[in-house]
Structure formats: C-alpha cells, structure tokens
Design a protein around this ligand. Structure first.
Ligand code: ADQ
Length: 448
C-alpha cells in the first residue's frame, strides 16, 4: 500500500476535536504510515518543520507564513479573488497582481517542502483552492507521483472563470493533477464548458477533457459527514440543559459561517415575507440563526455582517411580541454536541446558500433527526448537496416568495410525508458518508 501524504491549508491540530476531514483520512494515513502537511501560524521567518505527537495516529509537517504572505496568498488571491469568483460573485473580487504573485510564490515554496518529503511510491492528496498550482510546481521539480486534488468549493462557469486575471493559467495548473475531484456533477460540467470556451474547441469529448495537450481526469465525489457519530451526538444532547431550555415556539434553525455565499440576507427577507403573508404562524415559529464570523479582515465580510444585523433588527422590531422574538441571531461558534441537539429539536432546517460546494449542515441536520418524528430540510438548489438530496424541499434562495411558501409547507407537512422524505435523505447521507468519500477518491486516484 502506498504511503498517503495530505496537503491542506490548515493543519488539523493534535488536541482539537476531530473534524470531518480528519475522520475521513485518519484510517488511510494511519495504515499507510502517512503524513499531513499544513500551515501552522504566522511567523517572521517562514519555516518548515516535521512533528510527531505522542499517541497521534499520523505525523504532521508544518509551514508558517509571513504576515505579507498571509495577506497576499490567503486573504488576497485565495479569499478575495478565487473564493468570490468560484461562488459566482466576481463583483466582490479584489484583484491585485501582487497577491497573485504571492500566491504563486507560496505554492512554489510549499512545493519545495513537499518534494523533499515525497518518496517515489507516495500518493499525494491536495485539498482545495489554496493550492491550484502545486502539481505544476511539483512536476517542474521532476515529481512523477500520483497527485490528487479535491476542490471543496464550486468550480466556476466560463463567464466567472474569465473574471480571473489568469483564467487559462488556472486550467493549465489543473491539467497537472492525476485526478481532480469535485463536489458535484455541476462542477465537472463547468470545467468542461470552461475548457471548451477558452480553447474554442467544440469537440471536447464525453469523458475526456483535454487542455494544452494534457488530458484532465475529473469526476464528482460528493463529500459526506460522519453520519453515525453525528446522530449519536444529537441523541446524547437530550441531556444537555442548554438544549432543553429552548422551548416556546417551534424551532427553525440555520447554521452557517457568516459568508456572503450562504444567502443570509435573502433568507431573512424570505422569513419576513412569511411573517407578512402568514399571520397564523406568528408566535408559532422561532427562527434561530447561528452564524460565527469568519475572514473579518476582508471588507465584504464586514459588509455582510452589517446587512444581516440590520435585517434581523428590523424584522424583530416589526414583528416581536411580549412572548415571541421572531429571529434569534447568534454570532458565535457553538460546541458540536449542542449544535447536534439543536438540529434534532428543530422542526425545520433552513439551508439556503446562493452557491455552495456541498454544504455539510444540510447533511448534519438530516443525520440528527428522529426517525419517528423527523423535521423538514429546506435546501437551496444551488448547494452541491441538492444533487444528492432532492427529497428535501428544494428552493430558489433568490425568491423570497418560494422560500416563504416552503417554510409554511414544511411547518404543516404531515408526519408520513416527513418520514418518507427523511428516510430517502438519511439513506443518502449514511451510505455516502465521509469514509465513502475518501475511499472512492483514493481508489480512483490509485487507478489513475
Ligand atoms: P464551509 O463553507 O465552511 O465549507 P459547510 O459545508 O456548511 O461550509 O461546513 C461548515 C461546518 O462548520 C459544518 O460542519 C457546521 O456544522 C460547522 N459550523 C457552522 N457554523 C457553526 C457554528 N456556529 N458553530 C459550530 N459549528 C459550526 C466548505 C465548502 C462547503 C463544503 C465544505 C466541505 O464551502 O460547500 O461542504 O467545505 O467540503
């Protein structure tokens, strides 16, 4: 069995609670004597280091970034250019050619570190948009190993891709990976369209995508969650006081990083629409939105925070009564087990991104439900998850009327329909869990 090397921007830390990706990769890393490489902090002198923790199931190698690398590579090109453009928000991108230079330079440096570590039979699995150029950099250093890439966010349409200052370069970077994994078929189609558009080749054939004389090997591998573990946590949370004391009206829940791709203003306006047209639901539904801030150094994130706070305040000001606050808006991370308990209690799960690679909250909500009395998932058509989860109430998040009607429908949905829908969703979430995801990808990479 080949040794597995994983590269991701952030390194999972030894004592932090295991996230989904760690659960997915731990077995493969541990059984192959593998290694995880990731970024660990900002320091004046960028340095690299190999660490092994006592009792850890795999070794780690870390690199630090300087302040200016963090600004240009992470906050700049990755999160102020690639992130908005891949999410169809080119209008929010902030192109600085210096940032692109820094992004290339950090990738070159990290490639140097990876090349030193790689043995001839190792398999490398690169995670996400922080490392588009890494295979090209490694190939230039003579690395012939199998290199897989997984993109956690959407792959853009041709029009969006061309909003990048270096659209063709991104495609040529991708062509150096042995296997490209996307969240959804939508992304595979977009890659094909982008190549067809940019090279003006109409004959991009089924199954084979070619660019610059290289063939791209791309497929959808929808990422999952550790469904069994999450369901257990949800069940156990019954005993938590913090979950128990939430009573009164029926709970509708939304949980998202406070990101403009998650569609929070549209969601709040849809809730307002519901309250305007369904007075009978006043004091019946309490909407809990949990949205921890992220990337606060970036202007677009400060703007979305102001907009959502304003909207929540206005809706509460207009509709609240002595007994009822329509929206509870919480700006912080919540411990996983509490979150799981809240999902289980919530009669409606509202997941309405404008664009999202997959969206794991949708899967967590489903995994947390009681089989005998499940809640209803309302899901945006523009989440990658919608391809798998069409037993949810699928909505267009831009249309406040459609979303409002879906909330009313969910609230009144008879038990039998709720159970049928939930059973179909749970089957998908349980069968295609996070271990299925990593196994499927690694199997195909090994065969590449
Ligand atoms: P994210 O954009 O971060 O991930 P998502 O898939 O929803 O989006 O995952 C968020 C995770 O953070 C979930 O596990 C959720 O429970 C947790 N979380 C969110 N808010 C929280 C809070 N307040 N407290 C505690 N936990 C919270 C990116 C892509 C997604 C893709 C994932 C995985 O943007 O589309 O699904 O990677 O590939």
């Amino acid at each position: 069995m080949s040794r597995l090397i994983v590269l991701s921007n952030r390194l999972p830390l030894g004592d932090a609670p295991s996230g989904g990706l760690v659960v997915a990769l731990e077995d493969a890393l541990a059984s192959s004597g593998g290694l995880w490489i990731g970024h660990h902090g900002i320091a004046e002198d960028p340095c690299t280091r190999l660490t092994s923790h006592d009792g850890a199931s795999f070794d780690r190698a870390t690199f630090t970034l300087t302040e200016s690398e963090h600004e240009g590579y992470y906050l700049g090109y990755a999160n102020s250019v690639l992130w908005p453009i891949c999410h169809g928000r080119a209008d929010l991108s902030q192109i600085e050619h210096g940032d692109l230079e820094t992004y290339r330079a950090v990738n070159a440096r990290v490639a140097g570190l990876v090349a030193e570590i790689l043995q001839p039979d190792d398999i490398l699995w690169v995670q996400d948009y922080h490392f588009f150029p890494i295979a090209t950099e490694l190939r230039a250093r003579g690395v012939r190993n199998r290199i897989g890439f997984f993109l956690h966010i959407p792959f853009p349409s041709p029009q969006d891709l061309q909003a990048l200052p270096n659209a063709e370069e991104v495609l040529s970077w991708l062509a150096d990976f042995s296997l490209i994994g996307f969240q959804a078929n939508r992304d595979v189609f977009n890659l094909r369209d982008c190549i067809r558009h940019i090279t003006e080749l109409d004959e991009a054939m089924e199954g084979v995508i070619e660019f610059g004389g290289k063939s791209l090997n791309a497929a959808a591998f929808p990422i999952g969650i550790d469904a069994k573990a999450f369901a257990e946590e949800a069940k156990a949370a019954r005993k938590s006081d913090r979950v128990r004391t939430l009573t009164g009206a029926d709970l509708m829940i939304g949980v998202d990083r406070l990101d403009y791709s998650k569609g929070l203003p549209q969601r709040f306006r849809a809730f307002q629409q519901l309250l305007e047209t369904h007075e009978d639901l006043h004091e019946q539904i309490a909407f809990l939105q949990i949205a921890p801030p992220t990337r606060e150094e970036v202007q677009a994130y400060q703007d979305i925070r102001e907009e959502t706070e304003h909207l929540a305040g206005r809706i509460n000001g207009r509709f609240a009564t002595l007994n009822w606050t329509p929206i509870r808006y919480i700006h912080r991370a919540v411990p996983r087990e509490i979150l799981a308990g809240l999902f289980r209690q919530a009669r409606i799960g509202l997941v309405t991104p404008l664009n999202d690679g997959m969206n794991l909250v949708a899967k967590e909500y489903v995994a947390a439900q009681r089989r005998n009395n499940p809640g209803v998932l309302i899901l945006s058509r523009f989440a990658g998850a919608a391809e798998q989860m069409d037993a949810a109430l699928l909505i267009n998040p831009h249309d406040p009327y459609e979303t409002a009607e879906a909330i009313a429908t969910a609230f009144r949905m008879p038990l039998e329909e709720r159970q049928d829908r939930h059973e179909a969703l749970l089957r998908e979430v349980t069968e295609k869990d996070v271990r299925w995801w990593s196994d499927a990808f690694l199997k195909q990479l090994a065969a590449a």
